[in-house]
Write a protein that binds this ligand. Structure first.
Ligand code: ADP
Ligand code: ADP
Ligand code: ZN
Length: 215
């Protein structure tokens, strides 16, 4: 299965991706997670990316295109892929199309997870993240043990960009740069709308149901 998750920050892409990646046995490729790992490790890429991430802006396209090209050429993508957070601009989508043609793995579906702005702000404000990529919410999806990841036992943290002023900037960036991709994929007839406002389990069930038609 070759899938991309699309939607604003806080829609639940990462949360659904964790389960979908297990269900379909395909790698979860989160460009945000890859960038954050680089920031943590203090790589050159990480130092460049951090400036943009902290301001709620997009990291330049050439950086992301190189990154995703390398990642999609790794051997685990032979079984398919689950993109989360890429593409976010039209040039990224154009580049992706060429990369996927090269590796012979066109996208089956782009899942557009829809959630109201009010709910997004509430979700992002209470998000707690693990360096392993899991995310929790203090109210909506708390870990079993306060502040500790269920999956790997590491300590959870609040992302620098999950502060109120940066949240607002990220939503503005999404509306300006990323939302136009909805029509791009609608025109290609691979965009599928998912109501992301339900519980985590209900959203997951809806995704499996719509993905049934792509088997
Ligand atoms: P994204 O990757 O799209 O930015 P996340 O998956 O990290 O979003 O989810 C954002 C926040 O909302 C997290 O705190 C997560 O626990 C919470 N969340 C995810 N899905 C739901 C849901 N269906 N209902 C309520 N909260 C959710
Ligand atoms: P969210 O949970 O808001 O969907 P991500 O973890 O996907 O956030 O991304 C965090 C930040 O990393 C973004 O605000 C942006 O600065 C950068 N980033 C991630 N993916 C991309 C991308 N495809 N293009 C440009 N910047 C990106
Ligand atoms: Zn963890």
């Amino acid at each position: 299965m070759n899938i991309a998750l699309f939607g604003p920050p806080g829609a639940g892409k990462g949360t659904q991706a964790k389960e979908l990646s297990k269900h379909y046995a395909i790698p979860h490729i989160s460009t945000g997670d890859i960038l954050r790992a680089n920031v943590r490790d203090g790589t050159e890429l990480g130092m460049k990316a951090k400036e943009y991430m902290d301001k709620g802006q997009l990291v330049p396209d050439d950086v992301l295109i190189g990154l995703i090209k390398n990642r999609l050429n790794e051997s685990d993508c032979e079984s398919g892929y689950l993109l989360d957070g890429y593409p976010r601009t039209i040039p990224q989508a154009d580049a992706l199309k060429l990369i996927l043609e090269e590796i012979g793995k066109p996208m089956d579906a782009v899942l557009n997870i829809e959630v109201s702005d009010e709910e997004l702000v509430a979700r992002l404000g209470g998000r707690r993240t693990c360096s392993c990529g899991e995310s929790y919410h203090v109210k909506f999806n708390p870990p079993e043990k306060d502040g500790v990841c269920n999956a790997c036992g590491a300590e959870l943290y609040q992302r620098d960009d999950d502060m109120e002023d940066v949240i607002r900037q990220r939503l503005a960036t999404y509306n300006e740069k990323t939302k136009p991709l909805m029509n791009y994929y609608k025109d290609q007839e691979i965009l599928v709308d998912i109501d992301g406002s339900n519980t985590v389990d209900a959203v997951f069930a809806d995704i499996l149901e719509v993905m049934d038609q792509f088997k």
